[in-house]
Design a binder for this molecule. Structure first.
Ligand SMILES: [Zn+2]
Length: 290
């Protein structure tokens, strides 16, 4: 699932391709937006806020997209776009200039807002970990304050909650918690502000590099298979202690996520984990008798 660094990089690339140019095409294949005409218009800029992409037009409208689980934007030189590319059934948006064409594939959400409403519509988001207006103290304070819909307020869920800070998903959250040796299931309010600040500052540095290079590494290594200490490695041995890494549910009922962790390095079995043997991710399932 794309996290803040991927979305930030996506917005930067879209901005480089489209900003300052008149659009020759803007098709939004999303419900009733499919019938609307937005041209003539030029792109003012494309920016990100947490996991949201904001494409601002000079007509006062903003196209808001969210990649959700598996969305992406691809950019091609317009003269090289084949007709077949315009008819893919997973295509949700096309934005083109004379030079570049951007394809929004498998997007999770497409909306159009008056640009002046952006602040109000995204006002629920906490500080953006990759934003110019990042506020570490504010983010730390929000993470440590339990929310009304998650009174138990576990640390892992609080870091994933975009209202506390925007941009972290399960990759950066699980890797950061592992590195700090913090149990994801402990109450966020019990974690010291210093420890949280260190966790966020480290994650931010790695996310900035990932946004720049396009390689998401939480270990410092850029070799395939070594990018993560625990994410995507459940069922395999912890590289630090050898214990089998596990994965368990976290978060309040309506926002449950799966988070990998090491029971030894991170303070024991999760309350949502029954401790059953766990198969390595991606390994063949055991044959079942009928
Ligand atoms: Zn371990």
């Amino acid at each position: 699932m794309p996290e803040g660094d991927t979305v930030n990089r996506t917005a930067t690339r879209l901005d480089q391709a489209l900003a300052g140019q008149p659009l020759t095409r803007l098709d939004l294949r999303w419900g009733q937006l499919g019938g609307r005409t937005f041209l003539p218009a030029a792109t003012l800029n494309v920016t990100s806020r947490g996991k949201h992409v904001l494409h601002r037009l000079d007509t006062g409208w903003t196209v808001h997209t969210h990649l959700r689980m598996e969305g992406s934007w691809r950019i091609m030189a317009t003269p090289e776009v084949a007709a077949a590319a315009l008819h893919r059934n997973d295509l949700r948006a096309i934005a083109a200039t004379a030079h570049w064409t951007a394809f929004g594939l498998r997007l999770g959400l497409v909306e159009v807002w008056p640009s002046r409403e952006e602040a109000a519509r995204l006002g629920y988001l906490g500080p953006d970990i990759l934003g110019d207006d990042w506020d570490l103290d504010e983010a730390v304070s929000r993470v440590r304050s339990p929310s009304a819909d998650d009174p138990r307020g576990t640390l892992g869920a609080a870091l994933l909650d975009q209202r506390n800070l925007a941009g972290l998903g399960t990759f950066w959250t699980s890797e950061a918690l592992f590195h700090q040796g913090l149990p994801p299931w402990q109450p966020a309010a019990d974690v010291s502000a210093d420890s949280l600040a260190a966790l966020l500052t480290r994650a931010q540095g790695q996310m900035r590099i990932a946004a720049e290079t396009g390689v998401q590494s939480a270990t410092g290594s850029t070799r395939p298979g070594e990018l993560a200490a625990i994410h995507g490695r459940s069922g395999r041995p912890c590289r630090r202690c050898g214990t089998t890494l596990r994965i368990a549910q976290i978060g309040p009922e309506l926002r449950v996520r799966w988070l990998p962790y090491c029971p030894t390095c991170q303070g024991g079995l999760a309350p949502t984990d029954d401790g059953r043997p766990i198969r390595p991710l991606g390994s063949a399932p055991r044959a079942r008798r009928r």
